[in-house]
Design a protein around this ligand. Structure first.
Ligand code: CTP
Ligand code: CA
Length: 228
C-alpha cells in the first residue's frame, strides 16, 4: 500500500475517529445508552494507523481492546466526547462513527432514585446532547479537510442520509440500514451507501474491517488529489 515515493498513503496525516456508544447518567447507578459495539469505529482507527496516519480515537464505553499504535481517549458522555474531540484538533480527516446518545437526563440525581411505596414511576426529563459531528463540520477554524459521518436509518436510508449530509455540512456520509435484522449493531459485517456531493455509491456488504480499509484508502486518495 505504499505510494510511489515509498511512503504510506496517510503518513504525516492526523486522523480523528469517534467510536462506541455514550453513557448518559440518570443517577449514580443508571444511565441511558444504545446498542453500539464500537467495532466499526475501532476498525476505522486501526485501518488509519495501518495506512500510516497518526490516529486519535475518542471512544465511549466498549468491550474492545484499544487498537495498537493509536492514541485512545476514553469518555462516557456526549459532552465529554465533544470536549475530547475538540482538544484533539487539528486533524486532516475526522470520522464520526460513535452512536452518540441524542438525549441526556435533564438533571443527574446525586443519590440513587428510590421507588417509594405506592409512588408512581418518576418522570425522566430529557435534553438534547450537542451534535459532535456538526459542531466540528461547521467550525470556521481547524475544520478537518475531510469530515465523514454515519447515518443510522431504518427508513428511506439514502434519502435521509443525504439530508443529514447537507444539514450537518458533512463531506461524506456512510448510510447504514439499522432496521431489525440488518445485524449492524454488534455484528461483524456492514453494508453502507457512500453519500457525497458527487452522488451515491452502493457498497457491497463486507466485514467492518474491510469497510474500514476501503474507506481510509478512499480518504487517502481524496487528500492526495486535493490541493495542499
Ligand atoms: N452524531 C454526533 N453527535 C450527536 C449525534 C450524532 O456526532 N449528538 C453523529 C454520529 O456519530 C453520526 C452522525 O452524527 O456520524 C449521524 O448520527 P445519527 O444518529 O444517524 O443522526 P442524528 O443526527 O442523531 O439524527 P437521528 O438520530 O434523529 O436520525
Ligand atoms: Ca442519533
Amino acid at each position: 500500500v505504499r505510494t510511489a515515493a515509498g511512503r504510506l498513503p496517510l503518513s504525516g496525516r492526523h486522523v480523528l475517529v469517534t467510536s462506541g456508544p455514550t453513557h448518559e447518567p440518570i443517577d449514580p447507578v443508571r444511565y441511558i445508552a444504545n446498542r453500539s459495539s464500537g467495532k466499526q469505529g475501532h476498525a476505522i482507527a486501526a485501518a488509519a494507523q495501518t495506512l500510516g496516519a497518526r490516529v486519535t480515537l475518542v471512544t465511549g464505553p466498549v468491550d474492545l481492546p484499544d487498537p495498537e499504535g493509536v492514541t485512545v481517549q476514553h469518555v462516557e458522555t456526549a459532552r465529554e466526547m465533544l470536549a475530547a474531540v475538540e482538544a484533539a484538533l487539528p486533524a486532516d480527516v475526522a470520522v464520526f462513527a460513535a452512536a452518540v446518545a441524542d438525549w441526556r437526563a435533564a438533571t443527574e440525581a446525586e443519590h440513587k432514585i428510590k421507588k417509594g411505596k405506592g409512588a408512581s414511576p418518576p418522570a425522566l426529563a430529557l435534553v438534547e446532547n450537542p451534535d459532535i459531528l456538526s459542531t466540528v463540520a461547521r467550525r470556521s477554524r481547524q475544520r478537518p479537510q475531510l469530515v465523514i459521518g454515519f447515518a443510522a436509518e431504518t427508513d428511506k436510508v439514502v434519502e435521509n442520509a443525504e439530508t443529514k449530509r447537507k444539514s450537518k455540512a458533512v463531506d461524506w456520509i456512510l448510510a447504514n440500514d439499522v432496521s431489525e435484522g440488518s445485524g449492524v449493531f454488534g455484528g461483524d459485517r456492514n453494508r453502507v451507501h457512500l453519500v457525497t456531493a458527487q452522488g451515491v455509491e452502493d457498497w457491497p456488504e463486507m466485514s467492518k474491517t474491510d469497510l474500514a480499509a476501503a474507506l481510509l484508502g478512499r480518504a487517502a486518495r481524496y487528500l492526495a488529489q486535493a490541493k495542499g
